[in-house]
Design a protein around this ligand. Sequence first.
Ligand SMILES: [Fe+2]
Length: 451
Amino acid sequence: MPVVNPYLVGNYAPVTTEETVTDLPVSGTLPSVLRGRYLRNGPNPLAPPEPSTYHWFTGEGMVHGIRLEEGRAAWYRNRWVRSADVAAALGEQPHPGPVVDGMDFAANTNVIAHAGRTYAIVEAGARPYELTAELETVGASDFQGTLPGGYTAHPKRDPQTGELHAISYYWGWGNQVQYTVVGADGRVRRVVDIPVGGLVSVHDMSLTTRYAVIYDLPVVFSAEALMEGFAFPYRWSDDYPSRVGLLPLEGGADDVTWCDVEPCYVFHPMNAYDEDGSVVVDLVRHPKMFASHLNGPDEGPPVLERWHIDPIAAKVTTEVVDDRPQEFPRVDERVVGRTHRFGYSAALRDRQQDEVGFDVGSDLLKHDLKAGTTEARHVRGGAGEAVFVPENATAAEDDGYVLSLVYDNERDASDLLVLHAQDFTGEPVAVVHLPVRVPFGFHGNWAPDGT
Ligand SMILES: [Fe+2]
């Protein structure tokens, strides 16, 4: 029997062409506040990979973009990120840039706009790749000569300062992770190397007004996995202690307060904030990661939890907020690091019970963390990460729109779903119909004009 890798079939399967389509059909009415680009990144292998060892995290990045303006969907584009290998495979000239340690990778995990530029970004040692506004590759970027090494897929933007805070990792750095702050001018202004207990994989971080939160959890570099041909050579370790660290924002490595936690893995916090000297984090907790399922994130149900991190007692208490399997938690970007009431995520199907068989988002979820309620909106073919766009700069939290790329399995194509966040299960405000499929991927953002 040939090996079936779930991340290569169905709507995970890569697309084979790049498209430029203008004036897309729209159902409903696109709000006038939506002037900018919806951007999303994900793995899209150029050449068919070996199914037995293909890891979802390692396909070459393809960025998808939909430009909205004046109530119309002006264009859709999808472009591979041109690392040297991708450019060569496409028969194009390379885009030279400041690649470090030979870690040249077509960044596949997230795409952000910052300081007037667009970046495809990834973890584990590779540089960001800068793109044009229309998603053509400019080249690898070190943020104008200021970034020491690789970056991360999950910087957090402080809504007050506009600065990007990040925790990055790379096995070649040895037993440390790196905290960086990129200013609103797009240049790194602060770097702190933080010793940890091994060659750990730290996917994301949290930010509060006082701290950067470091998730030092037991997924570590495995030379054995590398030798066996796994392109993402990180595995669960029963021996690596699980802890979270609170780094004071202007502090040094010696100022980190480390707090033990039960073994688990966290890809994505929803948001964090300070409360009475402690830190409150809502996050999606996986019971394990890359222990027995080595080709993708699939080790038991990931649930929404609230953690209270007490830096005085160095203790973490946890409670389950919502026990349905879910991922890709997001909040209104204006409350990052501040108290939030609402969060949005994507529910996951049970792979065993669903004949479609893949763990895509089957529902979009809206959590009211104050009321303790969750609304679920069913999405027939599967939904990606939800991104919130406020109605205007001073609108209340949750007064705005939730955007998500959803797969229409009858049309075998994707739609950009635009919901009013306060009418989450009602009629969509608008649906932009793409002529093609956008494979299930990772992260995206709304990039309003002028950012
Ligand atoms: Fe992520």
